[in-house]
Design a protein. Structure first.
Ligand SMILES: Nc1ncnc2c1ncn2[C@@H]1O[C@H](COP(=O)(O)OP(=O)(O)O)[C@@H](O)[C@H]1O
Ligand SMILES: [Mg+2]
Length: 234
């Protein structure tokens, strides 16, 4: 996009999250979003999608968790309306059905990601990679990330979401060392409430001084609501 030539980051559309990331998702970077089920990975990636679309970027969103219809509906319930972007072709959604026995899911996915880049997509989301790697040897998973990283060095921005249980500690260390940013999500109990915490475990170029955790709740009809630190600490 013309207006984006001078930008170096992609805003997530959420000021607090942008701040923790040194302005947003670095252009041409690879980001890993990791957390347990219900920790807010999808909501966060949907929020980031919205920020990127409004920043004028072209997106391709691969999902193993939704159909086009259910994703549009899910995002609407967070007051995110992607229909115009879909109709304009600025957002392309790819629901993936992963058959257990399918042999080379990762290389098929990689080809699809490459093809989207060639079609002019600036940014790729994969939510979630988990079903694609359940039976994959660690080396092959790592190779996938290496190849994504190569696409990033050619200018693409890639965000991969993965469930914490899908990668063991050793593999996680190796993946995150390849990534430019690593966002770790968890659910925390604060008094009676369950809140989400997003930790910026790693990000290229951001200052660590301000603290690197953002707490939030997911409010129906509103979306991510940031909880001030004093309240999050109970
Ligand atoms: N539209 C919504 N309205 C209210 N709560 C929601 C909505 N979407 C997601 N949530 C809640 O937000 C939390 C995080 O969901 P999600 O981002 O889908 O988790 P993950 O992708 O990490 O499994 C869950 O507790 C879920 O119930
Ligand atoms: Mg999810």
């Amino acid at each position: 996009m013309e207006g984006n030539k001078t930008k170096t980051v992609i805003s997530t559309g959420n000021r607090e999250i942008d701040e923790k990331m040194g302005g947003g998702v670095p252009l041409g970077s690879m980001t890993l979003i990791e957390g347990d089920s219900h920790s807010g990975k999808s909501v966060l990636s949907q929020q980031m999608t919205w920020g990127s679309l409004n920043g004028g970027f072209r997106l391709s969103f691969f999902t193993t968790e939704n159909t086009v219809k259910s994703l549009v509906k899910q995002m609407q319930s967070l007051s995110i309306d992607i229909l115009d972007f879909l109709l304009l072709g600025r957002l392309r959604l790819f629901p993936m059905e992963i058959a257990q026995s399918k042999e080379d899911v990762l290389s098929i996915l990689l080809q699809a990601v490459k093809a989207e880049g060639q079609r002019g997509s600036d940014m790729i989301f994969i939510d979630a990679l988990t079903p694609c790697i359940t039976t994959t040897p660690p080396e092959a998973v790592l190779r996938f990330f290496e190849q994504c990283k190569r696409l990033c060095s050619e200018g693409m921005t890639v965000v991969v979401i993965v469930h914490s249980h899908a990668v063991d500690r050793d593999l996680l260390v190796r993946i995150t060392s390849l990534c430019d940013a690593h966002l770790r999500l968890r659910t925390e109990e604060v008094g009676e409430r369950l809140i989400k915490a997003m930790e910026v475990a790693k990000v290229r170029g951001a200052s660590k001084r301000t603290g690197n955790i953002v707490s939030f709740e997911v409010e129906p009809g509103f979306g991510m609501r940031i909880i001030p630190i004093s309240k999050a600490q109970g």
